[in-house]
Design a protein around this ligand. Sequence first.
Ligand code: BTN
Length: 239
Amino acid sequence: MLTFSSLPSTNTWALEHAGDLQHGDVVWARSQTAGRGRLDRSWVAPAGTNLTVSVVLHDAALTPLAANLGQLAACAVVDTLTEVGIKAALKWPNDVMAADGKLGGLLVEQSGRDGLFVLGIGLNVNVTLAELTAAGLDRPVTSMRDLTGRTFDLEEVLRILLRNLGERIEAVRSKGLGLLWEMWGRNDWLSGRRVRVTGPARAVEGTYVGLDRDGRLRIRTDAGLEEVLWTGDVSIMAR
Ligand code: BTN
């Protein structure tokens, strides 16, 4: 484990040092000054409160699963939360939700080297709702502390998370994605909701149907057509 008191971004650092890092290496910063999220958003975590880590994956067998690594890691985060008594759910493409707020997110980036991925995990652990509100975020968020009234040992949560991540990767490698989608279906935050998915080129509205066997989002439009999407940002619409 490479532990830093502060980095701009663990993902950026891991990508810059990818040539020196090995499969399974973990980069943990107790504080990030320029944390990055999906879709060029920033990721806010007050110093010392939350988990901001990147895990290096370097394994050619994972290349065909590139599009699913964030989903796999989101499942490992939900496993971890379940272990500490928090009921969380999965929101496509790879967000972790609880009580209508975002609890965690994943940012998977590929370095130039074949089969080398940086899996960035942000999990709101001990941040307070007041701190999150002060950060002026534009979407509802929550934290493990906010949900339970307890504070958590960051190292302990990370230890459980890394174990679950290892187990999930091993299960997908040996048995394929089926079990992952089974779990997703049982913990799907979008289940039955009307959604708007904004993609790079256009937006699609309709009823969320679930994931297909490759982890793409299925949506039934009001015209009765089913669309299948690889990327996008999902917002919930009034029913
Ligand atoms: C998202 O939901 O938009 C993804 C958030 C990912 C945040 C993590 S924190 C550790 C790693 N380093 C970063 O700069 N981002 C990821």
